[in-house]
Design a protein around this ligand. Structure first.
Ligand SMILES: *[C@@H]1O[C@H](CO)[C@@H](O)[C@H](O)[C@H]1NC(C)=O
Ligand SMILES: *[C@@H]1O[C@H](CO)[C@@H](O)[C@H](O)[C@H]1NC(C)=O
Ligand SMILES: *[C@@H]1O[C@H](CO)[C@@H](O)[C@H](O)[C@H]1NC(C)=O
Ligand SMILES: CC(=O)N[C@H]1CO[C@H](CO)[C@@H](O)[C@@H]1O
Length: 305
């Protein structure tokens, strides 16, 4: 489809205006969804800051993630990156724990498992101003049980989901203690890259243009599941559930080779853990630069006219 420059400029201005007025942040809680239990989504885990986790069970949740093998969780790079580092530097694996098999952040049952993290492989080209390559693998210091109904890996997408496919997002966010889920359709890539002018090609959108249903703060790193496969990673958005601003996801189809090669570098027979020597704090960003970029590009396009 051919879209006029004028329309693009108008959209960029709209995006920039809305983004400037509202906080643009990485995603955190399911908006407009419904409560579920872990048995519905046995692949999801809660990633927590170990320092807070050790004070009280239920504290320290920062991100979601999805089990993709019996020892590896796939999540977002921004959950582990040191603030504002280019090239990115990741926090030490000793700063995190992973809780699997729980429906409520504060409650443990006989199936709930807590893992220390042996290694974090964050994408080395993760770039915080655009959240490009927002993907990381978390190598657990233990194997997940093979026969628990509430802990099970999720297969990777073999091909991209068609536009309009209804997919599932789930997470705890930072408001609810109980796991929640919402249904979101895949937004056509060309529509997504008009709404978010500087959208890297490896990101995709899912959501309702009418707003109301979305991922939000605390859901970051959690899975977008289409047809029972890991298709996206909850990455960012402008507000949560705002009209015309669907959620932005890392497009898994673009990273399957990266995942397989990072996974193959891990030694599944090795169980060791470095000691806890510093504490992580909640990673938090704004995408103000995105707005600045949009404004700059708008100026360039207007001049070129
Ligand atoms: C990270 O950076 C943002 C702004 O760039 C700041 O507001 C926030 O406090 C920083 N967080 C940490 C943990 O340093
Ligand atoms: C995701 O990436 C794949 C592979 O590059 C691409 O074909 C697809 O259009 C992208 N977007 C979506 C929404 O799947
Ligand atoms: C990850 O590595 C393990 C152990 O080598 C292997 O069994 C598994 O199939 C791999 N999974 C993926 C998704 O690459
Ligand atoms: C495997 C794959 O789909 N790779 C593509 C990811 O996106 C970039 C563009 O950003 C393409 O060049 C790759 O071919």
């Amino acid at each position: 489809m051919f879209i006029s420059q004028g329309l693009i400029i108008a959209l960029v201005c709209l995006t920039a205006a809305a983004a400037a007025e509202q906080t643009v942040e990485t995603h955190a809680k399911i908006v407009g969804g419904y409560p579920i239990t872990i048995a519905d989504v046995p692949y999801i885990v809660s990633i927590r800051v170990r320092y807070y986790h050790e004070k009280e069970f239920g504290l320290g949740h920062i991100c979601g993630g999805a089990l993709i093998t019996e020892r590896v969780v796939c999540s977002a790079a921004h959950c582990f990156a040191e603030n504002g580092t280019i090239p990115v530097k990741y926090r030490g694996s000793e700063n995190y724990v992973v809780v699997a098999g729980g429906s409520n952040l504060n409650e443990k049952d006989s199936f709930t498992q807590v893992y220390l993290v042996q290694e974090i492989i964050g994408h080395h080209k993760y770039y915080y101003p655009t959240l490009e390559n927002d993907i990381a693998l978390v190598f657990l210091n233990g194997l997940i049980p093979s026969k628990y109904p509430t802990i099970r890996p999720l297969p990777l997408a073999e091909r991209p989901a068609n536009q309009g496919t209804l997919c599932l997002i789930s997470g705890w966010g930072n408001k609810y203690k109980q796991l929640r889920q919402a249904i979101v359709p895949v937004v056509p890539q060309n529509v997504c890259s008009i709404i978010y002018f500087f959208l890297p090609q490896t990101q995709m959108c899912a959501g309702w243009l009418r707003g109301g249903i979305d991922a939000c703060k605390g859901d970051s790193g959690g899975p977008l599941v289409c047809g029972g496969h890991l298709t996206g990673i909850i990455s960012w958005g402008v507000d949560c559930g705002r009209m015309f601003f669907p959620g932005v996801y890392t497009n898994i189809s673009n990273f399957t080779d990266w995942i397989r090669s990072a996974n193959s570098s891990l030694d599944y027979a090795d169980f060791t853990l470095r000691s806890l020597h510093n504490q992580a704090s909640r990673s938090h960003f704004s995408l103000k630069l995105y707005v600045v970029y949009s404004a700059l590009l708008t100026a360039i396009i207007i001049q070129a006219d």
